[in-house]
Structure formats: C-alpha cells, structure tokens
Design a protein. Structure first.
Length: 329
C-alpha cells in the first residue's frame, strides 16, 4: 500500500487507536499515538494529529486531553455503549441456552470490540465466572434468520422438530415433520428462544423451541392465523404458557406469608391486588391455568402458601397430594 493510501486511512486509524487504547481511566500520549500509527504504516506529524483530533471532536466524539506532568494524555470518552451496558450484553449472551458456547465466545468478542482493551479485560473476567448450560447446536443463528425471513415475507414454513434421547442424542420426534406452520413471532423466555406459530393442521396457536428445529424451509405460501393473532397478546400467552403453566383457566384465591411478597410480584406482576389478612399473611385473587405444574409451584412454597378456593381447585390439589403420597409410599 502506498504512502498516500495510508494517509487516507489516518483519521480512521487514529479513531481506532483511541477506541482500543483509551477510556475514562486510561489515556495515550502523542508519542504513543504516532508510534501506533507508524506500526500501521501511517506516518504523521504532531500538528496533523492535533487537527485530526479537532475534526473528530467537531464530528461529535468526546476526546479529552489531560495534562500529567509535562505531557498530555488523550482519551476517547464518548462510546456507543457504556461498560455496564456491555456487561449486561455479555451476561445475556452467556445466560442464553439457545446460543452454543462457540457462538457465545464469538459474540462476546464482538461485544468486547466496543470497549477499550482495559474494559475488555473486565468483560472477560465476567465470562470466566459464568458456568451455565448451553446448547451444542451452532445453527440457531441460521434458524432465527430463516424464521425472521418467513415472518417478514408472510410465508408458511416446514421443518423437522427434534427431541433428546436417553443416549443424549437428538432425534426427530414422532410426528415431528411439520409441514403447515405459520410463524408469527419469536419469543425469548426462560433463557430459550421460541417460535410462536399457527398450526394449520390442528388450527391452534403453538410454540416451538428454535434450537430443536431443523431443516427449516420457507414455502412461499401465505400464512394462516391472521385472525387469531390480531387479538393475540404475547405477554399474556407467555405468562400462561411459560410462567404460569397450562390447563383450564380459573380465578384462584391464594394465601401467602408476608415474606413471599417478592415471589408473588415476580410471578404475577406489580398490578396484582394484595389483600392483607393479618400481620403475617395476605391473599390474592388471580386467574391461572390450573394444572399439576401450578400445584407444584404452590407446593414448592411450603407452609408459606395455601390455596383457599374455589372448592374444586382445593379438591384437585388434595387429590394431587394424595397421588404423590401413594407414589412415594
């Protein structure tokens, strides 16, 4: 590359040097800037760099020059992401079961590129602490891309739906070849990615784990389910299916110990009406899907929770307790 071509890149090279080597707590001297530029094949004079810094500042970059002794240290202060935001993104990537460890590492490297090398080291320490379950399927990115394409182009899809075997291998489920599915939304819940779709064979709304989908094909056939999804509330669906179980919906009255107020708000939201009973307990009336999973959630709270009504739900709960007692007798 000729010297003139290198000179054309000088401003970009200077910005890259400031991004990688400086932040609010770390600066770089003019001598170091010139050395970094020369290492990249760009020769420059101090006066030209001063002008470039002024141009970057005029463009909107916040660059500070702090005098230490007789030397100025220059730092790039403004960034697209602050360090706490980058830490949040790193943790979200690490927590996501649907992203393989390999893909997670690649994503985190890209996130690190938004920080200085000093900040990147802090992000790496955060990564090493995390030890979470991850999928071994690397093509979730591709699946998400196909599904977004199908949603944006109003297209039905077909795919194979897989499940785990006792040998810890993935195999296609019985009746796992899906040929009449209309995708309408993607949802991230409980550290997994789901596709919410209209099943044309069963004429109902279903959801599928994206990391268990294989051989996704866009059929270029207009989607079904438009009427059902016009009145569809994703938040309510997620709460019923992922957070509060599946089953017949009923209004249920539950009594809780006061120490469980945080658990109740986390589960039902801040809008739930709290009715104090005495100095130690309160009750709520909520609409839930009554199922064994719901009963299991109540049991997990021990003496801190008690279903008060209606009578048929209390009776079902007693039957489930009796069944479990027989099972472990």
């Amino acid at each position: 590359m000729s010297k003139s071509e290198n000179q054309k890149q000088k401003l970009l090279a200077l910005l890259d040097i400031l991004k990688k080597n400086t932040d609010e707590d770390h600066g770089i001297t003019m001598v170091q800037i010139l050395e970094e530029l020369e290492a990249r094949g760009v020769k420059a004079e101090r006066r030209a760099i001063y002008t470039d810094i002024d141009n970057l500042t005029d463009y909107g970059y916040e660059i500070q020059g702090n005098k230490k002794g007789r030397t100025y240290h220059y730092s790039l202060i403004s960034r697209d992401f602050e360090l706490p935001e980058l830490k949040l993104l790193v943790d979200a990537v690490q927590a996501s079961k649907f992203i393989s460890q390999k893909r997670s590492n690649e994503l985190i490297k890209k996130i690190e590129s938004q920080a200085s090398r000093y900040q990147a080291a802090e992000l790496q320490r955060q990564v090493y602490v995390a030890n979470r379950v991850k999928t071994n399927y690397d093509n979730v990115y591709i699946n998400i891309d196909y599904l977004n394409y199908a949603i944006n182009h109003n297209s039905k899809i077909q795919f194979d739906y897989y499940e785990w075997t006792l040998k810890k291998e993935m195999k296609i489920r019985e009746n796992g070849h899906k040929t009449n599915i209309s995708p309408w939304a993607l949802m991230w819940d409980d550290e997994n990615y789901y596709m919410v779709a209209f099943d044309g064979e069963n004429h109902c709304i279903k959801h599928y784990r994206v990391d268990k989908m294989r051989k996704i094909t866009c059929l270029n056939i207009p989607r079904d389910g438009k009427e059902q999804f016009q009145a569809f509330d994703m938040a309510i669906y997620a709460k019923k299916v992922f957070n509060m179980f599946t089953g017949d919906e009923q209004n249920v009255k539950i009594q809780f110990n006061n120490r469980l107020i945080g658990v109740v708000i986390d589960k039902f939201g801040q809008d739930v009406m709290i009715v104090p009973q005495d100095e130690n307990t309160f009750t709520i009336n909520v609409r839930v899907s009554v199922s064994n999973m719901f009963f299991g959630w109540v049991m997990g709270l021990g003496e801190g929770a008690k279903i008060l009504g209606p009578a048929n739900v209390v009776e079902k709960f007693q039957e489930e307790i009796a069944r479990l007692s027989r099972q472990y007798r």
